[in-house]
Design a protein around this ligand. Structure first.
Ligand code: PMP
Length: 308
């Protein structure tokens, strides 16, 4: 198996070659989807000659929360996970923008209620900036409801949850859309298959609240802070599907997606059907923040090489 970007990965704190980073087919993660994961980005800043991992601590805190909710008998501490990730980046001598993945998984070959042993893996894969960031995406409301909090924990990036997102995404792709926006079981707007939703109405930003069965997204929080920095009002609330048709602008965001304008929903153009000024402004502010071209919020960026 050829390594995609980084020939070396980290398994339980040890650096291993990509093709030796394996689990048993009878492990709890394979049989039951018992794992939690994070997708982060490391942004290369050519002027500074450094890579910044964006909001590392927040991602690792969310991973810890997920391990607790899955009742794993090992909940790795933030420093151990951060050190493993940084060591993996340095071992690969990565000096480019990368997508970083970390997975805490149920290992062993025991039955359904097993809570250990728990493994931890991380690596880097290519995920270049999508064309969608500039051009925008055409999105459909999916027929699959976003899983509810009484089914599986939407706030946890649990591997099993993504069977739901995948079904919704496949449906939208089959129907010729770029992506899917999911509704809650109560029929209110929730989120995309890998991104949180925002819309702009009369200069105000609106996004589904955290009880709308969303992942408590770190990019969502970043965008809310950047919007407030720019003096915009942000409302977290329940949103109806038909209200989106009345929006001036819409976009979705996530660590992998970054900030992507939504230019149509269900084939109805949003606004004039092109990325709007508020979306473009927030997108630019986002890239300035993640790439370290803005001095604001220094605590969001963990440099990899400065302290090597
Ligand atoms: N919702 C879902 C279902 C996701 O998988 C993701 C990607 N992690 C997001 C939202 C965005 O979350 P974040 O900004 O923390 O990456």
């Amino acid at each position: 198996m050829p390594a995609p970007t980084a020939a070396l990965m980290s398994l339980n704190g040890r650096i291993v070659p990509y093709d030796q980073c394996t689990v048993h087919a009878f492990s709890g993660v394979v049989k039951y989807g018992a794992a939690v994961f994070e997708g982060l980005r490391g942004y290369w800043n050519p002027e500074r000659g450094d890579m910044y991992v964006f909001r590392l601590r927040e991602h690792l805190e969310r991973l810890r929360y997920g391990m607790r909710v899955l009742r794993f008998d090992t909940v790795f501490d933030v420093d151990f996970m951060a050190d493993s990730l940084i060591a993996m980046i340095r071992a690969n001598d990565l000096r480019e923008t990368v997508h970083l993945r970390m997975i805490a998984f149920l290992d062993g070959d025991d039955e359904l209620a097993a809570t250990g042993p728990v493994g931890l893996v991380c690596g880097a894969v290519p995920r270049p900036r999508s064309k969608a960031v500039m051009d925008g995406v055409h999105v459909a409301i999916g027929t699959y409801a976003r899983l509810g909090d009484n089914v599986l924990p939407p706030r946890v990036k649990c591997t099993a949850n993504y069977v739901n997102n995948r079904a919704a995404e496949l449906e939208a792709k089959r129907n010729g859309y770029n992506g899917v926006l999911m509704l809650t079981e109560r029929g209110k707007v929730s989120e995309g298959s890998g991104a949180c939703f925002f819309m702009v109405r009369n200069g105000v930003l609106h996004t589904p609240d955290t009880a709308s069965d969303i992942l408590e997204s770190i990019t969502r929080d970043t965008v809310i802070q950047l919007a407030r920095d720019a003096g915009m009002a942000v409302h977290e609330r329940t949103i109806d599907r038909h209200e989106i048709y009345a929006a001036d602008e819409a976009f979705w965001c996530g660590s992998g997606y970054e900030v992507q304008p939504i230019v149509s929903l269900d084939r109805l153009p949003i606004g004039d059907g092109t990325p709007g000024p508020v979306t473009r402004g927030l997108r630019d502010a986002y890239f300035a923040a993640v790439e370290g071209r803005s001095e604001d919020h220094p605590d969001w960026r963990t440099p990899v090489w400065a302290n090597a």
